[in-house]
Design a protein around this ligand. Structure first.
Ligand code: ATP
Length: 202
């Protein structure tokens, strides 16, 4: 899966619409302190479905919306769009009819987040699964933030294993297993309730 374009509007310090073309190969982001390098990486994670405000260095998810500056008022929404090169048709069947797949996430104050893939309104989970199945996503080790290399060297074997599993493309299966386990638990509870009812009727 190759990212070809990232657009931001009202996301953190990127108050004006900003359009970045992502070229082939490894992409590095350089610039002076505070220019927004980490914000760019966070925008990528966010559009892929990151839902932990702490991962966005915020207290609540609305903290990603431009908060205003001495010369400019705060914005009411933030939007990030990520375009994926889908020429090889690797996207899930529901979205696999175009060469360039656009994923858009928008957050509006007091309303929350909404996602689109192409023209279709989708759930956060659809976007998360789309990236997990392609072995990438908000937690992908392919997105290297500051200090992460040192963290990796010092990390425990279990954390390192997660990175290998991601590379092997099985992280989507873990998510599905988790969901299957939740469904199973729900069914077991329903069965227990049915047993109770049968006992009362007997
Ligand atoms: P460094 O090299 O020091 O780590 P950086 O280039 O990674 O810096 P970021 O951390 O991405 O920079 O950007 C920090 C800037 O983003 C700060 O000026 C901060 O005020 C601004 N910023 C963060 N959130 C918002 C927001 N919601 N609204 C407006 N500005 C924001």
């Amino acid at each position: 899966m190759r990212f070809s374009r990232l657009r931001l509007n009202g996301f953190k310090s990127f108050v004006d619409p900003t359009d970045l073309i992502i070229q082939d190969g490894l992409t590095g982001v350089v610039g002076p302190n505070g220019c927004g390098k980490s914000n760019l990486l966070e925008a990528l994670r966010w559009v892929m479905g990151e839902n932990r405000p702490t991962a966005m260095r915020g207290g609540g998810m609305e903290d990603v919306i431009f908060a205003g500056a001495s010369t400019r008022p705060a914005r009411n929404f933030a939007e990030v769009s990520l375009v994926i090169d889908n020429a090889e048709r690797l996207a899930p069947a529901a979205f696999n009819d175009t060469d360039n797949l656009e994923i858009v996430r928008r957050i509006t104050r007091d309303v929350g987040s909404a996602y689109k893939v192409g023209v279709k309104d989708v759930r956060a989970r659809d976007v998360q699964m789309l990236f997990a199945d392609a072995s990438t996503g908000a937690h992908s080790p392919a997105l290297v933030r500051q200090g992460q290399i040192a963290e990796l060297i010092n990390s425990k074997p279990k954390a390192r294993r997660r990175i290998l599993e991601e590379a092997a493309g099985i992280s989507g299966l873990y998510q599905r297993r988790h969901e299957a386990e939740l469904k199973l638990k729900g069914s077991e509870q329903n069965l227990a309730r049915v047993d109770d009812v049968i006992e009362q009727l007997a």
